[in-house]
Each structure stands twice: as structure tokens, then as C-alpha cells.
Design a protein around this ligand. Structure first.
Ligand code: ZN
Length: 165
């Protein structure tokens, strides 16, 4: 399966996983099985970052390796192959995780009333400030009601956008 590395969502997910330098490894990775040192030479990314990147890709099932014993030295060589065709499955999982997260945030916003401290100590739920008689639990200043309609709207908008993908 072909993966469009220019797709901003796929690119964003990969950068999240392996970082900007790791992304250079993905983009410039030579074809076929290669050792981490060869990858480092070709991509000009430091060896430790190449290793880290390959390991992260492996953990996410986007790369595989094969061990080969050198006949002369007896040392093991790891031959790596990147295969990011599994990225779509990863993307689905990531999307579901994000959606669940946004929905629970929205539930929390819908189920609570919020108060903020004018000294910017934070944002508190009704139950908490009701106990302190509407005084900031941190500094003792009065708290004021905060309308959260805009927050709820933007959460709903993001949830709808993600569900449409
Ligand atoms: Zn305060």
C-alpha cells in the first residue's frame, strides 16, 4: 500500500512519533535492507538518532529487522527495513484516542460550572468553590463565574471535524 508522506496528518503523526530528525530518516531511508550505520551515512542523521528512530518505528510496527551473523567476525548485524504501510491503522487508533479524549473533555465542560480566580490561580469547578464560599482555594481572592460556551463549541467543532475524516 502506498502512503502519502506529504499528507499533513500522516506527516504530523510520524513527526510526533520520531521527531523532526527522525522524519529525515523516514524520508531519506535507502531502499532495501540496510544497517543503522548505512542509514546514518545516507541520511546524514547521527547514529544514535537513527537507532532511536528505527526502534520507535519497530515498536509501532512500521519497521522490521533481520539479524545476520558475519562469517568472519561472528558479529551480529541488524538489517533494517522500513515499511510504513501500517501507518493507516496507527492513524485510526490515534484518531480514536483523540476523539475519546475530546469527548470526555466535552462531558466535563457540560457537566460542570467553572469559576476563575482574578489572580490567575486557575479554574475551579463549582463543587470546590462552593466549599470555600466562592473564594480562591489558592489565594483567597473572590472567584468569578466563567462562561464556557466557547470552549464547548470549539470542542464540538473539533469532534465533528475528526468524525468526518
Ligand atoms: Zn487565586
Amino acid at each position: 500500500m502506498l502512503v502519502d508522506l506529504d499528507d499533513p496528518i500522516i506527516r504530523g503523526l510520524l513527526i510526533n512519533l520520531v521527531g523532526e530528525e527522525g522524519m529525515n530518516v523516514v524520508l531519506k531511508m535507502p531502499d532495501g535492507e540496510v544497517t543503522d550505520e548505512e542509514v546514518s551515512n545516507v541520511t546524514e542523521v547521527p547514529l544514535n538518532i537513527v537507532r532511536r528512530t528505527l526502534y520507535i518505528l519497530f515498536e509501532n510496527r512500521l519497521a522490521t529487522y533481520r539479524r545476520e551473523r558475519n562469517k568472519d567476525s561472528g558479529w551480529l548485524t541488524y538489517l533494517w527495513l522500513i515499511d510504513i504501510s501500517g501507518i493507516n491503522e496507527l492513524l485510526d487508533n490515534e484518531m480514536n484516542r483523540l476523539l475519546t479524549n475530546l469527548k470526555s473533555k466535552l462531558d466535563f465542560e457540560e457537566d460542570n460550572m467553572f469559576y476563575i480566580c482574578e489572580n490567575e490561580c486557575g479554574r475551579f469547578v463549582f463543587d470546590l468553590v462552593a466549599e470555600t464560599e466562592y473564594l480562591c482555594p489558592n489565594c483567597g481572592e473572590e472567584v468569578v463565574f466563567e462562561e464556557n460556551e466557547i470552549i464547548k463549541q470549539s470542542l464540538r467543532k473539533r469532534i465533528n471535524e475528526l468524525e468526518d475524516i
